[in-house]
Design a protein around this ligand. Structure first.
Ligand SMILES: [Zn+2]
Length: 124
């Protein structure tokens, strides 16, 4: 039967992972596997980065209308399955921040791209 990793973790509980071949520790706790661990972490980071390849490229938000159009694009992409709900949520969240920033700029009479030419207050 394979041995369990001997590492006692910070919470004083022994690691429950199986030990690596000819080692007393699992992959994540074996001192000799540090280089391979770092490689694995790096690969994991690179794989995760692929998720953010960008569903919309070269889109610049300069006005409230651009935010509206971006949301329409994202909604259509989501309905066609061309982007993930996670991506759509992230863009929706950022659009909301941009809109809020624009509203604050409007209230404080700060010059914000698009104000004056577009609707002055999108919610009213
Ligand atoms: Zn372990």
């Amino acid at each position: 039967m394979p041995m369990r990793c001997e590492k006692i973790k910070h919470n004083e509980v022994q690691c429950k992972a199986y030990a690596m071949f000819q080692s007393r520790f699992c992959f994540w706790h074996c001192p000799k596997a540090e280089e391979k661990r770092n490689e694995a972490r790096k690969k994991g980071g690179l794989n995760r980065r692929k998720d953010y390849g960008g569903i919309i490229i070269n889109y610049k938000i300069k006005s409230y209308r651009d935010i509206q159009q971006l949301l329409e694009i994202v909604i259509n992409k989501l309905m066609k399955g061309d982007c993930t709900p996670r991506e759509a949520r992230a863009i929706g969240y950022l659009c909301n921040l941009a809109r809020n920033l624009r509203d604050v700029a409007h209230w404080e009479s700060i010059d914000y791209p698009g104000s004056g030419q577009e609707q002055t207050h999108p919610q009213n």
